[in-house]
Design a protein around this ligand. Structure first.
Ligand code: SF4
Length: 405
């Protein structure tokens, strides 16, 4: 067999991670919703070249058969490993494990397969790692354990190609970006406020930052953070949001339309179970009533202020290095609001439908399905992220009635 040089350069470096990342271990054959099913995996150039030259007796013919070269190949995506159209599984999945990894070793995995569910982001000298909650085990660890988002800085072995470098589209310094991102995470951890109120504070942060950025005034950034902190400490957030009514009817209609848009016609049995549960609650004229009752039921399942939704928001913010992944901070905020609102809508409908039987495990599984829906379907993710703007709700005063519960 062709001898494999190290295909993918690695480095060992300290990485800032939430605690749940350090606890993760792929469950392999025991995974109820394997990442090796339901999508065609992009293969980076270095891995593609190695696959083409591979002369392993068993794997080489399969690699030649199931790799589809892109018409416009790039370094990140030179080809695709197609899936078995009957089962939806990757052709290399064998007894729940990857046969490329078990036969040739981890270095032969594409960047996509090697990194999943890990997501690496670098800002200046600081490296962050979180995980996609479309992985059932990552979702369980991130959303169940109360200390999942205590931070640690272990030294990790990381592929260089897996790192997403974040640069500011504005003339902000790395230090300013780090302090804004850290401040935003702290706001979401302010348990004196309801979670939707914390998100309103993020909206204020983004709206104000946007104004300063447009005016090219980057010295005013600190005053924005101080102003939001004072607002929170003085207890004025409730006064600010009090004039706004929760638009439950609009929330129910809006997120139901997204649900119908993101339906998966190829759902497997595990995915269908959630799809059918939500359908039963939402595909009826009484769906707004069901949603409102479900919100109360959701509170009951998340008793003792269980931080499941807070953790989901924090994880989203880490992956986007909030608020620096959109064209402007407000764009990033609207993406976060849509994901939060849609997830809450799904969980409320699950709680309504399951009634007293709903458990934290049901919520974690539902959240995992939600993340799988938009992580593995880029067209749906784009539609989701643009939906608030398209509906004309791209300002904070329009977003508050969508957030308020
Ligand atoms: S989804 Fe997660 S636990 Fe399941 S096979 Fe993939 S990495 Fe492992």
């Amino acid at each position: 067999m062709t001898q494999n040089k190290l295909l993918h350069p690695h480095s060992n470096e300290p990485v800032l991670v939430p605690k749940y990342v350090t606890r993760f271990q792929c469950t392999g054959a025991a995974c109820p919703d394997t990442c090796c099913s339901g999508w065609n995996v992009a293969v980076d150039r270095a891995t593609h070249d190695a696959y083409v030259q591979c002369d392993h007796t068993d794997l080489s013919p399969k690699l030649k058969k199931y790799i589809q070269v892109h018409t416009a190949p790039t370094e990140r995506a030179a080809s695709t490993i197609t899936r078995d159209e009957t089962t939806g599984d990757c052709h290399f999945l064998s007894d729940g494990w990857c046969s490329i990894q078990s036969t040739l070793g981890e270095d032969w995995l594409s960047n996509t397969c090697s990194s999943f569910p890990r997501l690496n982001v670098r800002l200046g000298d600081t490296q962050f790692q979180s995980m996609s909650l479309s992985c059932p085990e990552a979702a369980r660890l991130a959303l169940t354990d109360r200390d999942a988002f205590d931070f640690q800085a272990p030294v990790l072995h990381i592929r260089q190609q897996d790192i997403h470098e974040v640069v500011s589209p504005w003339a902000l310094s790395v230090e300013q970006m780090q302090s804004i991102h850290t401040f935003a995470l702290q706001v979401v951890r302010t348990t004196d406020l309801k979670l939707w109120e914390r998100l309103v504070c993020l909206g204020l942060l983004c709206e104000n930052l946007g104004g300063y950025f447009k005016a090219n005034n980057f010295d005013g950034v600190d005053s924005v953070l101080v102003g939001i902190e004072e607002l929170i400490c003085s207890g004025q957030v409730s006064e600010l949001t009090q004039p706004f009514e929760a638009a439950h009817g609009i929330q129910a209609d809006f997120f139901r339309s997204l649900w119908l848009l993101g339906r998966n016609p190829h759902a497997n049995a595990y995915q269908l179970a959630l799809q059918n549960t939500v359908d039963r609650a939402a595909n009826t004229e009484a769906h707004t009533h069901h949603y409102i009752a479900g919100l109360k039921a959701l509170d009951a399942v998340l008793e003792n202020s269980h931080p499941l939704l807070e953790h989901a928001v924090l994880n989203d913010m880490l992956q986007d290095l909030f608020p620096f992944s959109g064209a402007e901070p407000m764009h990033n905020f609207l993406k976060l609001v849509t994901r939060f609102g849609f997830l809450r809508w799904i969980l409320a409908n699950v709680c309504f439908e399951l009634g007293d039987k709903a458990t934290l495990d049901d919520l974690v599984q539902s959240a995992q399905q939600f993340y799988r829906k938009f992580r593995h379907n880029p067209a749906f993710a784009n539609a989701l992220h643009e939906s608030l703007s398209k509906a004309g709700w791209s300002t904070l005063d329009k977003a508050i009635p969508i957030l308020k519960a």
